[in-house]
Design a protein around this ligand. Sequence first.
Ligand SMILES: Cc1cc2nc3c(=O)[nH]c(=O)nc-3n(C[C@H](O)[C@H](O)[C@H](O)COP(=O)(O)OP(=O)(O)OC[C@H]3O[C@@H](n4cnc5c(N)ncnc54)[C@H](O)[C@@H]3O)c2cc1C
Length: 385
Amino acid sequence: MDYFLTEEQQAIQEIARQIAEEKIVPVREELDEKEEFPRGILETCARSDLFGVSIPEEYGGLGGGVMEMSLAVEELSRACLGVSVSYAASFLGAYPIILYGNEEQKEKFLPLIAAGEILGAFGLTEADAGSDAGGLRTTARKDGDSYVLNGTKQWITNGGEADLYTVIALTDKSKGARGASAFMVEKGTDGFSFGKKEKKMGIRASSTRELVFEECRIPAGNLVSKEGMGFIIAMKTLDNSRPGIAAQGVGVAQGALDVAVNYARERHQFGQPIIGFQAVQHLLANMATGIEAARALTYAAARWIDSGARDISKISAMTKLFGSDVAMEVTTDAVQVLGGYGYMREYPVEKMMRDAKVLQIYEGTNQIQRNVVGAALIKEYAQKT
Ligand SMILES: Cc1cc2nc3c(=O)[nH]c(=O)nc-3n(C[C@H](O)[C@H](O)[C@H](O)COP(=O)(O)OP(=O)(O)OC[C@H]3O[C@@H](n4cnc5c(N)ncnc54)[C@H](O)[C@@H]3O)c2cc1C
């Protein structure tokens, strides 16, 4: 289907597709096996300006938005979700600065992120604060011209590899979520270290690690916006980044469909290619239909967000939950189309299925996305009556 992409958007798609095919596909199995961070591939993305796609032009980016980020993420995800999430998490770290940073913060950090010279990350989750992000315990105490951070963040994508971390911490414990604030913390700051690196089911090329703060002193100027804005900044950041998770879903699902169709054309059983069996065709038809629906919703939502729409939480949640559910279903069906071969590491679909699962979990589980949509419906319909 033609989505009427601009020339610049087509160029972004083309570059990301080329990197995916030439640089990621040949090594994805090895990266997964060795749990190796794709530093070299990210450097290629940087040289191709892909880290600048949704950074404003005045700060060295290409001036695109959620749509451009989603297009790049989709193409990289077609080859490997472990690589694409390492790329996308840098935007997750950058969005708080783009959306709420002051001029000085934008000028200092955004050009470096746009050039891919520094990698970003976003630290909200803690051991006892997952879906209930309001339960966080990390604190930031004001002390003269500094804030002093104490606490541990868990499961942070790009942990240890990123240079700049946007961290949500409590400046006023008595106020719960309303007492949370957002801070930029640079790697190498005294009192900031990295804990356990997780061993995961999928996206094994990505780094998922603890951030440990022990009397970590940062300049007061690293506070993003004002004290008490941390929870709002985190939620708005996720509203902007969730279409990127849907794009990851569309990409990995498309990658799985490509493998499944090609396999079904070549695999012979009962004297004919298995694609001749209607049961197999129906599986493939459902996969293709889900992918196109998820892609259309993702692009529509991304364009709507980029148009400056204000109340984007519902559509963003819908996009994330639909795209990730499609990804899980399609990758599982792709394994089925390949039968026993699909279960073996020799073919990429078992990795795609392992990778896809996390899309239903991170940036808010799909149960939480349904809660967001449900709450929005209650509000909308109450206003109508
Ligand atoms: C690989 C990976 C990378 C990640 N990267 C990052 C990162 O970069 N930065 C970051 O801050 N976090 C990150 N996370 C954390 C992620 O966002 C959380 O795992 C997620 O929000 C869910 O929290 P939880 O795992 O604690 O699950 P829990 O909140 O403990 O949920 C457990 C189960 O209960 C359900 N549940 C909980 N509350 C409700 C409710 N109110 N209604 C219905 N169901 C409910 C959930 O849907 C889930 O099925 C990452 C996680 C993973 C696995």
